[in-house]
Ligand binder design. Structure first.
Ligand code: NAD
Length: 458
């Protein structure tokens, strides 16, 4: 029996171990999953929905225990873990309200003698390889609509959140989801690669650009649908006309440092219009200094440890690269000595786009702030990236903000807010941030395949 040992990032100590899967397990799950999926697709939508809603309720009933598990596995501060678990429930609400209308046959056109209809059918077996940073949000984005649409799912959680993955399986079993519809596949990247090899009907991946590319290359000969939700280097531009510079700094800092900066849509680089640059930076540093860094179980902790030990040298290298090229450290800049995978909340100024910290996803508590002299320069810098997940502007002038946001090449844009996802809007990354969209109507249709029906009565 193979096992995966989990470690608590706050202490570096071993916690639980879970049993992992072998490629042969995946192969053996396929026939039962196919049979279960065919039966599930015939279950009326409302009955499927009742089971999914019961799953959501079962998760909420255990929120305290599940938040503790997530905190132990990832180092996410306990309150942020609870926020995530509760926040993910809006996916069930959205898909519950919206999906039925996409499943019904629709009449397209009548030609003389021929009627034209559209049927939507479930895709079949869905492979979902997922990330650890928001396992509830990114998991629910995929396996909830997949199951509601009548598919079966092979869910591979990140190896860092294997216990949360197990909790999803247990909650589905508890509420009576028919067997073989939610197949939990535990293990590291190798088992993810094995999941691609078995040839399910479509794949949905959330994770890094690097892994996304590997998966796309491996899957290419199969010509199977693939959706990729990848990383970002999301810009925020602060215009000089913001009503309250301090408030802008507080909100910008939260966008950059919430979940220790380990959010796909975290603010990763900030541009500030010259007239308010000094004032903004002073408030920003003051705000970040006020964050409590420490034990994620403590209710006042805002910044816990990083989930992965390897991220510490990665962030230290970004700081060293920036400093060597002329950046100034205003706060932090290094790992925190002692137990656990802690890195100081770090603020860098005098940064340029020659530095890694302004170009490559940091995924940690580190931010570069750059002064700009006008909107044109800000726009040019915002678009100077391979990524395209989100982009934000803080300003009092909606028209001025929209003039820029309409030219930013990103899947989501924000005015006076950031780091936000709504199931009623599509979630999609452009360029190296991904392929395809989850949530909204797009995130329903991607779990269905169309069948055109031309009907000519005898
Ligand atoms: P990762 O790419 O390291 O791992 C993601 C998943 O892929 C894990 O389950 C892992 O086991 C699996 N995997 C690794 N190698 C594989 C292979 N060769 N074949 C198949 N599967 C393989 O990413 P991560 O560290 O878990 O997540 C962080 C990244 O995810 C960040 O870049 C973040 O921005 C991104 N992310 C994006 C979104 C979004 O919605 N766009 C949401 C959350 C996270």
């Amino acid at each position: 029996m193979n096992t995966l040992q989990l470690y608590n990032p706050a202490t570096g100590q071993a916690i639980e171990a879970v049993t992992t899967n072998k490629p042969a397990d995946i192969t053996s799950y396929i026939a039962p999953a196919r049979a279960a999926q065919k039966a599930w697709a015939k279950v009326p939508f409302n009955e499927r929905l009742q089971i999914i809603q019961a799953f959501g309720e079962a998760i909420i009933e255990q929120v305290d225990e599940l938040a503790l598990t997530l905190c132990k596995e990832t180092g996410k501060p306990l309150q942020q873990a609870k926020n995530e678990i509760k926040g993910a429930q809006n996916r069930i609400q959205f898909f519950g309200e919206e999906m039925a209308s996409y499943l019904a046959p629709t009449h397209a056109k009548n030609d003389p003698g021929t009627q034209e209809y559209l049927w939507m059918e479930p895709i079949g077996l869905i492979g979902n390889i997922s990330a650890w940073n928001y396992p509830y949000n990114v998991g629910f984005n995929i396996f909830i609509p997949a199951l509601l649409a009548g598919n079966a799912v092979f869910y591979k959680p990140s190896e860092l959140v294997a216990l949360t993955g197990l909790a999803f399986k247990q909650a589905f079993d508890k509420v009576g989801l028919p067997k073989h519809l939610f197949n939990l596949i535990q293990g590291k990247g190798e088992i993810g690669a094995a999941l691609i090899d078995v040839g399910l009907d479509a794949y949905f991946f959330t994770g890094s650009y690097k892994t996304g590319v590997k998966i796309a290359q491996q899957l290419a000969p199969q010509l199977k649908p693939l959706q990729l939700e990848l990383g970002g280097k999301d810009p925020l531009y602060i215009m000089e006309d913001v009503a309250d510079v301090k408030k802008a700094a507080v909100n910008a800092a939260e966008g950059a440092f919430y979940n220790n900066g380990q959010s796909c849509c975290a603010v990763e680089r900030i541009y500030v219009h010259a007239p308010i640059y000094e004032e903004f930076v002073a408030h920003f540093v003051e705000e970040v200094k006020s964050y409590n860094v420490g034990d994620p179980l403590h209710p006042d902790t805002f910044i816990g440890p990083l989930a992965r030990k390897e991220q510490i040298p990665f962030l230290a290298n970004q700081v060293a690269d920036a400093v060597q090229k002329g950046a100034t450290i205003l706060l932090g800049g290094k790992a925190i000595a002692g137990k656990g995978y802690y890195f100081e909340p770090t603020v860098l100024v005098d940064v340029t786009h020659h530095m890694e910290v302004m170009k490559e996803e940091s995924f940690g508590p580190i931010i570069g702030i750059q002064k700009v002299s006008n909107d044109a320069e800000a726009l040019q810098l915002m678009n100077d990236t391979n990524y395209g997940l989100t982009a934000a502007i803080f300003s009092s002038d909606e028209a001025r903000a929209e003039a820029i946001l309409s030219q930013v090449d990103a899947g989501t844009v924000y005015w006076n807010c950031c780091d936000r996802v709504s199931p009623w809007l599509p979630w999609s990354g452009r360029n190296s941030s991904g392929l395809g969209s989850s949530l909204a109507s797009f995130g329903i249709q991607s779990f269905l395949k169309p069948k055109a029906y031309h009907k000519r009565p005898a």
